[in-house]
Design a binder for this molecule. Sequence first.
Ligand SMILES: Nc1ncnc2c1ncn2[C@@H]1O[C@H](COP(=O)(O)OP(=O)(O)OP(=O)(O)O)[C@@H](O)[C@H]1O
Length: 305
Amino acid sequence: MRATIEVSGLRKRFGPTLALDDMTFTVLPGQVTGFVGPNGAGKSTTMRVILGLDAADEGRALIGGRPYTSLRNPLTHVGALLDAGALQPSRTARNHLLWLAHSQGLDGRRVDEVLRQVGMQSAARRRAGGFSLGMRQRLGVAAALLGDPPVLMLDEPVNGLDPEGVVWMRGLLRSLAGEGRAVLVSSHLMSELEDTADHLVVVGKGRVIADTSVADLITTASRGQVTLRTTARSEAMSVLGHAGATTAVTDRDTIVVSRLPSERIVAVLTANGVPFSEVATHRVTLEQAYLDLTADAVEYRGTAR
Ligand SMILES: Nc1ncnc2c1ncn2[C@@H]1O[C@H](COP(=O)(O)OP(=O)(O)OP(=O)(O)O)[C@@H](O)[C@H]1O
């Protein structure tokens, strides 16, 4: 089976709300693909449609070239973590996975393997009802891995994890992609995806805004911005402003300059006798690149008072 998710032309309406509006993208094997967008952008709905939990009004979603509903032993094709809360509280972690394995015709011997993989051996015989959100997340990931699937789809997997858990999850996602699997991960934590994802599908208002490698997105968003370090911040901003630049203060002695190439910045500062210690190409964070990209797609925006 090809390790891919192909989504094309998905449209889905909930009453007056157009949740998906021609949603189209492909998730490739061997990569972690981040699936990001503002609240209500359609990420969960897309994942639910891919898993056959919601029916689209139009378009199609394929896993390894086939619709989910036509897959035999679906857990061996795709593992998903959508709602870590969906557990029977009286079952132990191990029994939950055994029950899942048996109900799906999978080998029960995988259970101890996946418990080890998610670092839950010591909690294997504890009841799921007493688990923290982070432990439920780990158990959900264990369930997703049970069928050793080539495709994984995880909705906010770092939600509720402590810093050690976040680092563990990052390593796990990287190693799953390293094994050639297609890994789709939704997240609101851009800093997390900057270190984890190779590729990003950015969505807003039910459609794809950008489908790009993380490196390209950051390079494009950083283009033309220069970091200037100077102890004479206001003089620098004033002379550069007169020369046509836009400036923004980022730190006590740091300014980000746009709309003026670095050679001109150096020339203007030197001509005006303004001291500076560094002029360098500015690299925006993934979070900043994302915020610029989605500025028009945010449905609910807080207003500064
Ligand atoms: N079952 C439903 N009934 C009515 N409206 C729904 C339903 N599910 C989703 N929606 C609406 O569809 C739109 C897309 O929601 P969805 O949950 O897919 O977005 P999301 O990108 O996952 O958001 P979040 O980041 O908040 O999880 C929203 O406007 C949401 O209110």
